[in-house]
Design a protein around this ligand. Structure first.
Ligand SMILES: [Zn+2]
Ligand SMILES: [Zn+2]
Ligand SMILES: [Zn+2]
Length: 243
């Protein structure tokens, strides 16, 4: 198998991660944290073991405050460089975008799409959306990165994905049997979603400020463009049950 794919969106080298699959053996997935996407070679559409899932969430949590760039309008296959075809799949927990190589070299999923596919998200209720609209206004679509003004839209106007959130209960269910994860069963205290968003945004701004201080603080770009981030809030909520 050819090595080191470049990200279909930003063309940077992707980060390889070996994970155990329930079929036995390991698969190597390639991730881009700036684009929040995963490249799957053919047949890597695997079922991860609970331990592998914890590893993956740890990785996503470690990178939740990484700078994010919106997906390019055209994504290219890291193997043949041809444009990836965009499509939609629908599962019980929602609808998500897929990007597949027409030459069957594999596919690219955003982290958010992957979690919908695996049933780890739930859609937001109308009340949660109203609450967030009052408190945070605009969020970024977890599937495509486009801004969603919650005062006007209840789904992404660009890719039409429903607003969804990583569901700590669904993740916990998937981790049943994995010793670390289930100690707290029944005692989950999940903070209010808008609170979580505000908390995550505060963390992100703080991390950004610290990074800036380390660089010498001459750069002031990107600040003030911050937007509430449902993905990072979901990862933070899931992380609470893994610790
Ligand atoms: Zn990328
Ligand atoms: Zn290809
Ligand atoms: Zn979208």
């Amino acid at each position: 198998m050819p090595n080191k794919p470049k990200c279909p969106s930003c063309h940077s080298a992707m980060t390889p991660q070996r994970l155990a699959s329930v079929a036995g053996g390991e698969v190597e997935l390639d991730l881009c944290f700036a684009c929040r996407g995963i490249w799957f070679d053919p047949l890597e559409n695997l079922k991860l073991t609970p331990a592998a899932l914890v590893t993956l969430f740890r990785l996503l949590h470690d990178h939740r405050n990484d700078a994010v760039s919106p997906l390019a309008h055209r994504l290219t296959c890291p193997r043949c460089r041809k444009p990836l075809g965009q499509g939609f799949d629908v599962v019980k927990s929602g609808r998500y975008i897929t990007y597949r190589c027409t030459q069957r070299h594999g596919r690219f999923s955003t982290f958010a799409s992957f979690m919908i596919e695996k049933g780890f998200v739930r859609q937001l209720s109308g009340q949660e959306i109203d609450d967030m609209a009052r408190r945070v206004g605009v969020i970024n679509c977890s599937s495509c990165g486009a801004p969603v003004d919650l005062r006007k839209d209840h789904a992404c106007p660009h890719c039409r994905s429903a607003l969804s959130l990583l569901d700590p209960q669904a993740v916990e269910q998937a981790l049943k049997g994995y010793a670390v994860a289930v100690q707290q069963t029944g005692q989950l205290s999940i903070p209010d979603l808008a609170d979580a968003l505000v908390m995550v945004e505060r963390d992100r701004v703080k991390a950004e400020r610290e990074a800036k201080a380390q660089r010498g603080s001459l750069f002031t770009t990107a600040e003030g463009q911050s937007r509430a981030d449902l993905w990072a809030a979901g990862v933070a909520l899931v992380w609470q049950i893994l610790n």
